[in-house]
Design a protein around this ligand. Structure first.
Ligand code: DI6
Ligand code: FE
Length: 423
């Protein structure tokens, strides 16, 4: 771990200067990396100076094209939602009702509901409609401090619909002040037309879909659902091999419902992250630690499915595996757009500390996307993506159940919603 660096020289001119803030930098050796009475200067979309106000040069304000005084509000790095299925159509409220009348998630999935019911809705939706429905979810996330989001495909399950989902993800990133990183999840579920022929479907994923995704530059990573209701480790391995061939990063839904040994496979394949992990065992955690694979915990899915088995947080801590958190925003198991609610659930249900929860949505989430050089902390050289909060201390972000204390989301130094901004 680094310690907080002394403030660097202040540049001749800067685009903006942010004064009188309390900074939770998430850098350095203390849990939040706090700088009280802090200041931050931004130029060209990046942080160029950060430190205590009393270390600023006397004429700093005259060197800034704009100055904002934050009245002691807190600033954190922009939240990074590193595992979402945000692009989808329709909802699954009726299945929620069925589960409350006694059916299990796996029973519903086997009876053609579950992921497949969303696949039907996505295949039917026009690209415009899919964009419209997804955009409202992204807007809700941005209002809660999110500046970057990973979005998976996986509700198309044929080439044209998978590409449609990924084009919608790309368009969201172009039209909204948020960075979207798209992940191809063709191996999410077996589409009905391939019933009983999973290997033939994996042929399609490997021989047609991944080359098409790569040719259009529509995703930077590939993911799969390695699970007894989805794909075997051998099938998953074929997907990973194709990802490697096309230079795409690897992620995996692993050990969500059973210990399928997906995490070991992911780690050995150099995966950025293995996600869910409720059923992870010591061998999987050791493999992840050795490979530097991030554990992405998804407390929304755990809560919504009323799981009772918690991911082995102590084991992961002992092994030094970085713990990221994410919404898993999806219609079936985690219909939420709220990172703060996930932080609360991670504390209450998984035993994370509030500091670990915030790190899970910032510094470790950046690592889960391979973006730690640009995102995740407030440090010189990082992108000026941050959130301004009306809170008295950082633990309050995890403490609340609902409500939104975010007063401003800033992307590349620019307020996301300038008209609603009070500073
Ligand atoms: N695990 C999940 O929790 C989501 N996908 C996955 O592989 C669920 C997706 C859904 O039910 O629609
Ligand atoms: Fe997921």
């Amino acid at each position: 771990m680094r310690s907080l660096m002394p403030p660097p020289d202040f540049p001749e001119t800067v685009d903006s200067l942010w004064l009188d803030a309390r900074l939770a930098t998430l850098a350095g050796e203390t849990p939040y990396g706090i700088i009280e009475k802090g200041a931050m200067a931004v130029d060209g979309g990046c942080i160029v100076w950060i430190g205590p106000c009393d270390r600023l040069p006397k004429d700093a304000e005259t060197r800034a094209r704009s100055v904002r005084r934050l009245e002691n509000f807190w600033i954190t790095p922009g939240l990074i939602d590193c595992h979402t299925h945000l692009v989808y159509a329709g909802n699954r409220a009726r299945e929620f009702e069925m589960r409350l009348n006694g059916a299990t998630y796996e029973e519903i999935a086997r009876a053609g509901g579950g992921i497949i019911s969303t696949v039907k809705a996505v295949r039917m939706a026009s690209e415009m409609e899919l964009f419209r429905q997804s955009a409202s979810r992204l807007t809700a996330m941005q209002a809660e401090g999110v500046t970057a989001v990973e979005i998976k495909s996986g509700y198309g399950l044929n080439t044209s619909s998978e590409l449609k989902m990924l084009r919608v993800a790309r368009r969201l990133g172009r039209e909204f002040p948020a960075t979207v990183m798209a992940t191809f999840l063709g191996a999410h579920a077996l589409p009905p037309e391939y019933a009983g022929r999973p290997d033939a479907y994996i042929d399609l994923v490997v021989d047609e879909m991944i080359p098409a995704v790569a040719a259009d530059g529509l995703a930077t990573a590939v993911d799969a659902f390695c699970e007894r209701i989805a794909f075997t480790p051998a099938q998953t391995e074929r997907v990973f091999a194709a990802a490697r061939q096309y230079g795409l990063a690897i992620k995996l839904h692993a050990e969500q419902l059973s210990d399928s040994k997906g995490a070991i496979l992911a780690a050995r394949s150099g995966a950025l992250s293995a996600d869910h992990l409720e059923h992870l065992k010591a061998d999987g955690a050791a493999a992840m630690a050795q490979a530097g694979t991030v554990a992405v915990l998804l407390p929304g899915a755990y809560y919504f499915l009323k799981e009772t088995r918690r991911p082995p947080v102590d084991l992961l801590r002992r092994k030094g595996v970085p713990l990221a958190l994410s919404t898993d925003c999806n219609p079936g198991t985690s219909p939420t757009t709220s990172p703060l609610l996930m932080m609360n659930m991670a504390c209450v249900n998984f035993g994370l500390t509030p500091a670990e929860s915030l790190a899970g949505f910032t510094v470790h989430a950046a690592r889960a996307l391979g973006m730690q050089a640009r995102w995740g902390t407030l440090e010189v050289g990082k992108q000026a993506d941050f959130a301004v909060w009306d809170i008295a201390e950082p633990a309050e972000l995890s403490y609340r159940m609902g409500g939104n204390p975010c007063r401003m989301t800033v992307k590349g130094g620019e307020p996301v919603n300038p008209s609603g901004c009070r500073f």
